[in-house]
Design a protein around this ligand. Structure first.
Ligand code: ADP
Length: 394
């Protein structure tokens, strides 16, 4: 009898006879891909939807280790994850679910939503994974997001227009005043550049007024910058691993079947960061999506997201440097010169806003963003984040 059904509920006499038929009908009809594994990670059951999703026949998949369905780094680490769970009971996926990336038979990767349940049978523990392919769902969401981005681009441009005219109006007053005080002072200087004795005080006053007005202009600009940077932002302590895996799963979607050799290498000594999750995922998404687009015609497509702890001299927790490296053609010199400036793009349909948004977000988090040549011969974007001081439990 299959261990999957070797449970108390399956010991009902009516079920014992029909176990095999029942199992077959579940496997054939369950809409999400279903994979059952044992404690060693060996696949025991592989549903029809899983066959379609991953490109294996059930007879090929059963008996293999489930890590073959994952790209790295999960593939190499899965045995460790399972051992860790068996020893500590500390679950990262089981009973929680997560968005991650899976790997088809042909090596291509795709984003999935994974839910894992656990059952304890006489012959040990069993884990049932339900896997939903997010490709189509994300494609539809992306179309919507593209549309929204276009709309918000339009509204941003018109908002910038009204902001600029308000700013011009406000700044016009002190600038006009500065100009007339300066002009007045110049007139008082007389032909030979020396003011008449009685006029010296007036020249001094005019210059004092002019410098006061210049300070006022500075305040207006400062107020405006504060206003802009007060955008809605909610910071919380987040796990960098989660931010990266989710953003990568979303960004790798819809790029079509790809042969990107993708790896995530995160510094194990630092994981907690104090960030606005959505904003930092937006940064990662933009950088990964740019990397994927840049590699479209590269013969070898390599993409890596990695992190490195940059300890602080002052005893504070320090910074973490996050890198997105690709094997694309590198930055075109004309683009490199104005890389983070808005409306600068080399793409026919690009808006040239991605990197300027990334810079605004990273700088609002107190970090820095820059680009260099990558170890794979393409481009590497790096940005820094502050490490969260206080670890918090899940
Ligand atoms: P968009 O993607 O709409 O063009 P971005 O601001 O995200 O806007 O990018 C600006 C430009 O920077 C791109 O058009 C491209 O020329 C260049 N670029 C960004 N990322 C990369 C990369 N990983 N490799 C090569 N060029 C890149």
């Amino acid at each position: 009898m299959c261990p999957f059904l070797d449970t108390a509920s399956a010991s009902h006499p009516a079920l014992i006879d029909s176990n095999h038929a029942l199992q077959q009908s579940i496997l054939a009809t369950v809409p999400d891909a279903m994979v059952v594994i044992d404690e060693a990670g060996t696949i025991l059951l592989f549903s029809d939807a899983a066959c379609r999703m991953f490109g294996y026949d059930a007879s090929e998949a059963v008996g293999q280790n489930v890590r073959g369905l994952m790209p790295n780094p999960d593939r190499d680490r899965h045995d460790h994850y399972m051992r860790h769970y068996m020893e500590t009971g500390e679950a990262h996926v089981i009973g929680i679910g997560r968005i991650t990336t899976a790997r088809r038979r042909d090596g291509s990767t795709f984003p999935i939503e994974l839910a894992v349940g656990e059952a304890r049978g006489d012959s040990g523990r069993l884990f049932t994974g339900f896997i939903r392919d997010l490709t189509e769902m994300r494609r539809a969401e992306r179309r919507l997001a593209d549309l929204q981005a276009e709309l918000s681009h339009i509204s941003r441009v018109s908002a910038m227009g009204s902001l600029a005219s308000a700013l011009a109006h406000e700044l016009n007053q002190p600038l006009t005043a500065i100009s007339s005080y300066a002009e007045g002072a110049r007139a008082l200087l007389g032909e030979d550049g020396t003011p008449a004795a009685g006029d010296i005080d007036m020249v001094r006053d005019a210059l004092a007024e002019a410098s006061g007005q210049a300070l006022r202009a500075g305040q207006i600009v400062r107020r405006l910058r504060e206003f802009i940077s007060r955008g809605e932002s909610e910071r919380s302590v987040e796990r960098l691993r989660r931010l990266v895996t989710e953003a990568a799963a979303l960004a790798l979607t819809g790029a079509g079947p790809s042969n990107i050799d993708f790896e995530i290498r995160l510094d194990p000594t630092v994981d907690r960061v104090l960030v606005d999750r959505i904003q930092i995922q937006q940064v990662l998404f933009n950088l990964i999506r740019n990397a994927v687009e840049a590699m479209q015609s590269a013969s070898r497509q390599r993409l890596a997201v990695y992190s490195q702890h940059l300890p602080s001299a002052k005893g504070a927790a320090g910074l973490v440097k996050v890198t997105v490296a690709d094997s694309g053609p590198g930055l075109a010199p004309a683009v490199a010169a104005v890389l983070f400036q808005p409306f600068n793009t080399s793409k026919a349909k690009g808006m040239g806003l991605g990197l300027s948004i990334c810079r605004t977000i990273v700088e609002a988090h107190g970090g820095r963003i820059w680009a260099e040549a990558s170890e794979f011969g393409g481009t590497a974007f790096h940005f820094t984040l502050e490490i969260a001081e206080e670890p918090q439990d899940d």
